[in-house]
Each structure stands twice: as structure tokens, then as C-alpha cells.
Design a binder for this molecule. Structure first.
Ligand SMILES: Cc1cc2nc3c(=O)[nH]c(=O)nc-3n(C[C@H](O)[C@H](O)[C@H](O)COP(=O)(O)OP(=O)(O)OC[C@H]3O[C@@H](n4cnc5c(N)ncnc54)[C@H](O)[C@@H]3O)c2cc1C
Length: 426
């Protein structure tokens, strides 16, 4: 089978790219191993709601038009939203088609799937940034009596054995899951590493509204120092709920969750926590205040006084005087460990020489170092918002323009190639 471009993945990122390719009349297919919105259907927990408000899911040619722009979508609503986008865009999705390999062939690519092969000139990898859980090496030292699970497997507290739970990692997934498990009546210990604190609401507005308006989310990958570090930064400690509550460490310790330092190791059945909890919390407070300073400055320059509440600062993160640095994992107090230690993409099927020594794809803002190959949906791919639903539009518009330019240039180059006649060959 032949087409001009193959988009792999029918999440919102692949669908946004598909829409932009259609707008440019570029013939393409979207190959999807499951169904549209497969990750939301199969890899998220039951109670999860988007932490971005409803208005903040703008996609090319599609945006929220319901009665609750400031609400937060449930999983069912998120799936419906993305399914509807595929429908209104008439995206040429081929569901139940798993890509097994992508290889460079002649002037283009061959995409090998469990439903046959596609030949094309360009490929867009939109298979998601959160395919695999980053489980630390120390997991192999966990006593066998303890159940371990990642956020990709976690559905609800009922699936866990009764008893205490240690959640490792205090970013969005870790703080949300810790809170839910605690509310189910299980004692929860949260091992806190580097994290990014943010209030749900500031000066009467949602923090995402501020970051959107003040241009924080539009920052380009070319505008930040050390883009690789930022690309592997943590998600904000936020949750989407009707009461717009915070899930920062003060909120969690306030309801009885025990905070400990970063899980540094496990030796002889004992968990060892780093003594850096206080420092990490001070750092997170400092960074949050820097963000709030930037917001205040933007508000002072662009808004009328009285339009929003006056500036203020939040209480510093409370850390107990001497948080425990060890915990006996053999005592039976901890029955489950949740590894909320981040995610990474899975491009193991990409058989093109574009990986660096850390196994990451070499690219410049989504333009991969192999002509005609593109990426979508990775953190800070082109902008701070690249991994959000709201970030796919700008990236897809720019990368589809690059892709169209590449197709034109390579077609012109092919036309200019001398045709070798049999006489010429002789
Ligand atoms: C827990 C969690 C909460 C999040 N909350 C928010 C939020 O509140 N707001 C927000 O804007 N963003 C949020 N995100 C980030 C982001 O919007 C989602 O991760 C989103 O699913 C990413 O979209 P995507 O299209 O890049 O990837 P995905 O939605 O993962 O889509 C990729 C698709 O590719 C398919 N695929 C993968 N490999 C293959 C293959 N080999 N062959 C064929 N198909 C393949 C998958 O089945 C999948 O359907 C959240 C992410 C996570 C993990």
C-alpha cells in the first residue's frame, strides 16, 4: 500500500497532525494499534480528570464549546472529545494496526504493520510520550511480599491489597494517586524527589489561565537554557476537581499523608530515604514563587487594577524537623509500592539511525535527523505546552508546513535528476 505520509498514533497529537495534512491536501493515513484515544481508554486510572481546564484543549479546527469552560474533563469526557475530533476531521484512521517497524527505503520509508506494509515519503511519530513507566533500578530490591504497580497499571484503590502504601514520586500522577489511596482509608507514605509546586488558583484565576495568558506555555524550545533538562522536567503538582483543591505537599500532609525524602535505595529490606526533603521543598517553593513573580509582572503590565485579586504568596512547604530516613519494608506496614517516577516514550520499533547514546531520538523541534521523519507530542518538543492537548495545534501546524516543504523540495529534486537512457548508460 502506498500513501504520501503515514502518521503513527491516533491520540490527539496524531489527529492534530492529520487535520493539518488534510488542510494541505497531503494524502495520508493514521495507523493506530488500538482505537482512537487508546491511551486514555487503556492506560489511565478511573478517577483521573484532566488537570487542564476544558477551554484549554484547543485543537486545529476544534475547541470546547460546552457550558463549563473552567471545568475539568473526566476520562469518559476526554475520550469522547478526542473521538469527536477524529470524526469531525474525518481523520483517515486505520485502527487495530500495530506498527512493528519503520525503515528508510529509497527516498522514503516503509512502515511495517501487523496488517501489511505501507510505502510513503514522510512519517510522523505521534505514539505518545508516556508509553512506558520509568521504574528505578532499586525496584529489584523490593521484598517479594510487597505488590508493586505503576500509574499505567493503577485503576483504583480497590485493586490494591489492604494496608499501607508507599507512593514514590510527587509530581502530578504521584500526588493525585497518593491522595486517592489515602482517601480510601489506607495509610500512605509519599517519597518526595524533585518536584514542581503550583497552586490550582492564584489571584482568583486558574494557574493554567495565567500560564497561558502570560505566555509561559508558549515559550519555545529555542528560548530556554538547557532544553534537554527542561524536556525531562517534572509535571506540576495539580489535579482537576470541582472544588479546585490543591495537591501540593502542604495539602497532602494536611490530610495525613506521611512525607519522606527521595527513595535513595533499599538494603536488607529497609527503604533508605535521602535527607534532602527540606532542600527539595525549598527549591520547589522558590521556583513556584518565581512563576508567581512572572505572572504578577505580566498582570501589572497588561491588566487593570481590580481585574484580578491582589498578589500574595503561599505558605512555605511544611517539612517535619527530622523526617524518617529509613523504613522497614519487611514489617508488613507497607503492602504496596506505586512507582510514580515518570514515563518515557517507546520507539523500539523505529529502525532508523536517529537515536543518541541515551536512546533518545535526535531532532530539532520535532524535525528528526532523517529527512521526512517527524515527531509529535514529546515534552517541550517545540514549546512548553507541546505535551498538552492544547500544545499539539501549533506544533502540528509548523511541522506539517515543514513536511509539505520537504515533499515539494524532494519532488523537485527527483524531477531534476538526469534520466539515464540506455544510451547514456553505455
Ligand atoms: C496521567 C496523565 C495525565 C495527563 N493529563 C493531561 C491533562 O490534564 N491535560 C493535557 O493536556 N494533557 C495531559 N496529559 C498529557 C497528554 O495530553 C496525554 O498523555 C496524551 O494522551 C498524549 O497524546 P498523544 O497523542 O501525544 O499520545 P497518546 O494519546 O498516547 O496517543 C498515541 C497513540 O499511539 C498509539 N501507538 C503507540 N504505539 C503504536 C504502534 N507501534 N503502532 C500503532 N499505534 C501505536 C497508541 O495506542 C496511542 O493511541 C496527561 C498524561 C498522563 C500520562
Amino acid at each position: 500500500m502506498r500513501t504520501t505520509a503515514v502518521v503513527i498514533g491516533a491520540g490527539h497529537a496524531g489527529l492534530a497532525m492529520s487535520r493539518c495534512l488534510t488542510d494541505r491536501s497531503i494524502d495520508h493515513v493514521v495507523l493506530e494499534r488500538g482505537e482512537v484515544a487508546n491511551s486514555w481508554k487503556t492506560e489511565r486510572w478511573d478517577s483521573l480528570r484532566l488537570l487542564t481546564p476544558n477551554w484549554q484543549s484547543r485543537l486545529p479546527g476544534y475547541r470546547y464549546s460546552g457550558p463549563d469552560p473552567d471545568g475539568f474533563r473526566t476520562m469518559r469526557e476526554t475520550i469522547e472529545y478526542i473521538e469527536r475530533y477524529a470524526e469531525v476531521s474525518a481523520a483517515p484512521v486505520r485502527p487495530n494496526t500495530t506498527v512493528i517497524a519503520v525503515r528508510r527505503r529509497d527516498d522514503g520509508y516503509v512502515v511495517i504493520t501487523d496488517q501489511g506494509e505501507w510505502r510513503c515519503r514522510a512519517v510522523v511519530l505521534a505514539t505518545g510520550a508516556f508509553n512506558l513507566a520509568n521504574v528505578p533500578a532499586v525496584a529489584s530490591e523490593v521484598p517479594s511480599s510487597i505488590v508493586t504497580i505503576t500509574p499505567l497499571q493503577y485503576k483504583n484503590p480497590e485493586q490494591l491489597p489492604p494496608g499501607g502504601v508507599m507512593v514514590v514520586g510527587a509530581s502530578a500522577s504521584g500526588t493525585q494517586i497518593a491522595e486517592e489511596i489515602h482517601r480510601s482509608g489506607r495509610p500512605v507514605t509519599l517519597a518526595v524527589g524533585e518536584h514542581v509546586r503550583a497552586p490550582r488558583t492564584y489571584r482568583g484565576r486558574d494557574i493554567e489561565w495565567w500560564m497561558d495568558r502570560a505566555g509561559v506555555l508558549d515559550e519555545l524550545y529555542t528560548e530556554v537554557d538547557s532544553v534537554e533538562r527542561v524536556r525531562h522536567g517534572r509535571s506540576l503538582q495539580l489535579t482537576g476537581s470541582d472544588d479546585r483543591r490543591d495537591v501540593d505537599l502542604n495539602a497532602l500532609s494536611g490530610i495525613g499523608i506521611k512525607l519522606v525524602g527521595r527513595l535513595a535505595g533499599i538494603a536488607n529490606g529497609k527503604a533508605l530515604f535521602s535527607g534532602s526533603l527540606r532542600n527539595l521543598c525549598q527549591m520547589a517553593d522558590l521556583k513556584m514563587n518565581r512563576l508567581l513573580d512572572r505572572i504578577d509582572q505580566w498582570a501589572a503590565e497588561t491588566m487593570d487594577s481590580g481585574e484580578v485579586d491582589p498578589p500574595h504568596r503561599f505558605e512555605a512547604t511544611r517539612v517535619e524537623a527530622s523526617p524518617p530516613v529509613t523504613m522497614d519494608l519487611m514489617s508488613g506496614a507497607i503492602r504496596t509500592i506505586v512507582w510514580a517516577t515518570g514515563f518515557r516514550p517507546d520507539h523500539s520499533w523505529l529502525d532508523v539511525d536517529v537515536f543518541d547514546r541515551k536512546g533518545r531520538i535526535r531532532h530539532d523541534g520535532g524535525v528528526v535527523e532523517s529527512p521526512g521523519l517527524y515527531l509529535m507530542g514529546l515534552p517541550f518538543l517545540r514549546r512548553r505546552k507541546s505535551t498538552l492537548i492544547d500544545g499539539a495545534g501549533d506544533d502540528a501546524r509548523e511541522l506539517s508546513a515543514h513536511l509539505a516543504g520537504y515533499l515539494e523540495a524532494s519532488a523537485a529534486e527527483r524531477r531534476a535528476r538526469p534520466v539515464l537512457s540506455s544510451a547514456g548508460l553505455a
